[in-house]
Every structure is written in structure tokens, then in C-alpha cells.
Ligand binder design. Structure first.
Ligand SMILES: C[S@@+](CC[C@H](N)C(=O)[O-])C[C@H]1O[C@@H](n2cnc3c(N)ncnc32)[C@H](O)[C@@H]1O
Length: 296
């Protein structure tokens, strides 16, 4: 793990050029057969566990059409073939990004964050602390964690002891997280005091997270389906929120079990309160809604 949790540095894996150029458009002659669309869904399921249910079909098809347009592909069949061949990493990245829902904001689900502040942080050992935001999107969650830790532990201790790793399957989101620049709207849930202490106005309606917090956070692209999860050192706390609902039941179970393997004994898993682990048959011990603990 040590190699992954280094201090922030420029990120290299961004979706490149050729698939983002405006194109002539997927007009009515753009061909989509159910079979080819299902091939793309199957590829997504195999790659990252995303389970596109019938009610999301229209949204996914719309996003895949846009990617075809940008990549100058004439049909869904062509997209499916290229993905299956695996010969075009930039296209694969664009599809993974296009298929994911990246909605996030600062201070999401305050009840879980409150438990993190009151119960989880005070229970952690003194010394080096490793926290993982496992589906970090644009970093709002990782920086929220950093703010809360700075408040509870004190800014100096947080700075000296805390490493927060944010990972996501989308390279575009990882690049955004590294920038740490956000529009006002994403900060509306953040208590005023935190906003004043940890964000700076850029003068164009956007704000940037302050440098000491940015330095606590490192972002990397990672597919949660990778086994084993590629960490050399385990985490004291893992946030895995608002991503499990993408996965089918088996993938949900496999994901939280893999997280268990990379968590310290007595460590914590925080999920969304809307993603209960009960009935999944995992080793996590329920503490309260959205809060689980590994046996010590
Ligand atoms: C809705 S956002 C959640 C962000 C944040 N955790 C929160 O609760 O606000 C879900 C994120 O999960 C990411 N994601 C989806 N499948 C993934 C996978 N297999 N591995 C890693 N990240 C994935 C998406 O790219 C997206 O950014």
C-alpha cells in the first residue's frame, strides 16, 4: 500500500484526445441492435461489475451513443467489437466513465459523517492513520473526511498522521479530484465553519480546497472489481458509499469482503445508509445504519 499512499502529484491517466473530439453526430442512421447493446452491457459487467437494469437502459444507451459520436464510430456493433478486442484503452476508459454516475457533493449523509466524527475517529490508534474513499468520484468525500479529521484530531495531528486515498474507476473523476476545485452548488451542504476554514474563493464562483488538506489526499484510478485489492498496507477506515447499488448482489458481497481483507482488525467500513449489507452474508459486524466494524 505504501506505494499508493504517497503525497499528491500530477495524475497521468486521463481519457485522451481522439474520443473527445466533436464529431459529425449519430443521426438516425446510427445502428443499435439489442444484441450489440447487450454486448456493451456485458462488457461493463465483466470489467467492473456494473449491473445496468432495465430502468437505466435509456440513459446508458444515450451515453454510449455520445461516446460513439465522439469516437467516430458508426454503430453500437463497432463499439462492442472494439471493447471486446480490448485494443483501445482510451475508448475503454471513456466507456467506463460514461457508464458511471458520478453524482457526489460535500458532507453527503451527515448522520454517517457524524458517527465518523464521534465514534470512529476517537477509536483509532495514535500514529499513522490510513483512510480509503473507495469510490471517490471528484473527491468531495475524501476532502470532507479530511476536514472532519482536522476538526476532531486538530489540524497539526491530522496533517502529520493521516493519509487519505481516494480511488475511482473513472480517470476523468480522478483528474477532477486532484484539482480540488468546486462550484458553490456542491458545497451547499457543508457547515459554514468548515467552508470558511478549508476552502478558498478563486474569484470565478468556484472554490478550492486549501493546500494542507490537499496534501493529505492522494487519488488513483482503481477498479473495485480487481482481486486481490492491490494494497500493501491495510486501512483503518474505508468509506464505500453510493457505489454498491451499481453492482449485482454477488458483486456487492465480493466487494465488501475484499475490503474486509484490506482493513485493519477493529477497523471500520462506512457505506451509505441506503446500501445495507444485511443478508449479504459478509463478515462485517453491523454497528448502526451505514457503519460496520471488522472483528478486532
Ligand atoms: C455516485 S458516486 C459516489 C461518490 C461518493 N462515494 C459519494 O458517496 O458521494 C459513484 C462512483 O463510483 C464509481 N464506480 C463505479 N463502479 C466502480 C468500480 N467498479 N470501481 C471503482 N469505482 C467505481 C463511479 O465512477 C462514481 O464516481
Amino acid at each position: 500500500m505504501r506505494r499508493l499512499v504517497r503525497r499528491a502529484r500530477p495524475h497521468t491517466a486521463t481519457v485522451s484526445s481522439q474520443h473527445l473530439v466533436p464529431a459529425s453526430g449519430t443521426g438516425s442512421d446510427f445502428a443499435v441492435t439489442e444484441r450489440d447493446f447487450q454486448r456493451v452491457c456485458g462488457w461493463l459487467r465483466d470489467q467492473c461489475g456494473m449491473d445496468y437494469r432495465a430502468n437505466k437502459r435509456e440513459l446508458l444507451e444515450h451515453r454510449m451513443r455520445r461516446i460513439c459520436e465522439q469516437a467516430h464510430l458508426g454503430s453500437m456493433q463497432e463499439l462492442a467489437e472494439r471493447l471486446e478486442r480490448g485494443s483501445d484503452p482510451a475508448l475503454s476508459l471513456a466507456v467506463l466513465h460514461g457508464a458511471s454516475t458520478n453524482h457526489t457533493y460535500f458532507y453527503r449523509e451527515p448522520q454517517v459523517l457524524d458517527t465518523f466524527a464521534r465514534l470512529v475517529l476517537p477509536s483509532l490508534p495514535r500514529g499513522e492513520l490510513r483512510i480509503w474513499s473507495a469510490a471517490a468520484s471528484s473527491g468531495d468525500e475524501a476532502y470532507t473526511i479530511a476536514m472532519i479529521a482536522a476538526e476532531v484530531l486538530g489540524p497539526e495531528i491530522a496533517r502529520a498522521s493521516l493519509s487519505i486515498l481516494g480511488t475511482d474507476i473513472s480517470a476523468v473523476m480522478i483528474a477532477a479530484a486532484e484539482q480540488a476545485v468546486y462550484p458553490q452548488a456542491r458545497l451547499s451542504g457543508l457547515p459554514q465553519g468548515l467552508r470558511e476554514r478549508y476552502l478558498r474563493e478563486l474569484g470565478d464562483g468556484q472554490l478550492r480546497v486549501v493546500a494542507p488538506l490537499r496534501e493529505m489526499c492522494t487519488f488513483r484510478r482503481l477498479n473495485l472489481k480487481v482481486r486481490p485489492l492491490p494494497f500493501q498496507r491495510s486501512f483503518h477506515v474505508v468509506f464505500c458509499r453510493n457505489v454498491l447499488y451499481y453492482f449485482d448482489r454477488e458483486q456487492q458481497r465480493a466487494t465488501v469482503e475484499a475490503i474486509y481483507e484490506v482493513t485493519e482488525p477493529g477497523g471500520w467500513l462506512l457505506t451509505s445508509v441506503t446500501e445495507p449489507l444485511r443478508d449479504l452474508g459478509t463478515r462485517w459486524l453491523p454497528v448502526q445504519g451505514g457503519v460496520y466494524r471488522k472483528a478486532a
